[in-house]
Ligand binder design. Structure first.
Ligand SMILES: [Zn+2]
Length: 254
């Protein structure tokens, strides 16, 4: 049963027939791990906190920098120098004091990734480097936690959901077999990004997370959404599994 206060707080969800009390209970019971509290993580943590997700863990070892404020609108000038994960956890608790928000100011790698995500309903990837992303892909398969992954650069964004253990579906490695050489891949710092692109793509990640937890809409698993900000259109394309994939080839599939 929802409390009287939660019935008011989530009223606009409760009146949606497709969500209702059952969907709201699923959100309240859910645990999501957000890896990266920057441009993509900002909208995700704020919308998930507002939607009533019961526990949100934020993994990020960065501190807020002046160059972040152009797109990471969850932070203010007074936050410069603060740990992003801790500031993000404060924001979550300020939005919904009933939410459990935990800050993990650590760099995610093969050594800690499984510990950080094990038992979660979903892990969201909002990181900006390939090493961390591949470590997350490995951990997501080992812990069997679906990986919702987003990336932005310049005027473009991409999002996909990887749950290869749930059938004949691709993993992140099927899309990008290995970390490209650094010379070929510029990160956000080097190539730039138009600020609101982070908001659009981060909000799409939040939307997919809520849909997945509530169990509505078409699953993004096995598909890739490519967002083009200059045309302001998104395309959805099929993402086949690579049978030769070195990352998920030996995975025990359901
Ligand atoms: Zn794969």
């Amino acid at each position: 049963m929802l409390s009287a206060s939660d019935t008011q707080r989530f009223l606009r969800h409760l009146v949606l027939r497709e969500v209702g009390a059952q969907g709201q209970q699923a959100l309240l019971a859910a645990r999501v791990v957000m890896v990266g509290a920057g441009g993509l993580g900002g909208p995700v943590i704020q919308y998930l906190a507002a939607a009533g997700v019961g526990r949100i863990d934020v993994v990020d070892n960065d501190r807020v920098d002046l160059t972040n404020l152009q797109r990471q609108v969850q932070f203010a000038t007074a936050d410069i120098g603060k740990l992003k994960a801790e500031r993000a956890a404060e924001l979550i608790r300020a939005i919904n004091p009933n939410a459990v928000a935990k800050a993990f100011p650590e760099k995610l790698d093969d050594g800690n990734a499984v510990r950080l995500i094990a038992g979660a309903d979903l892990v969201v990837d909002g990181v900006d480097d390939f090493e961390t992303r591949f470590a997350l892909n490995r951990a997501s398969m080992a812990a069997r936690v679906p990986l919702l992954s987003g990336a932005i650069g310049r005027f473009d964004g991409r999002i996909s959901l990887f749950a290869p253990f749930d059938g004949d579906l691709p993993c992140l490695g099927c899309l990008m077999p290995e970390s490209p050489p650094h010379a070929e891949v510029l990160n956000c710092a080097e190539e730039g990004v138009l600020g609101p692109v982070a908001g659009v793509v981060g909000t799409m990640l939040a939307l997919e997370a809520v849909k997945l937890i509530v169990g509505i809409g078409r699953s993004l698993a096995g598909d890739l959404i490519i967002y083009d900000a200059l045309d302001n259109v998104a395309r959805r394309v099929r993402l086949p599994r690579d049978p030769q994939c070195a990352h998920c080839g030996k995975l025990d599939r359901a």
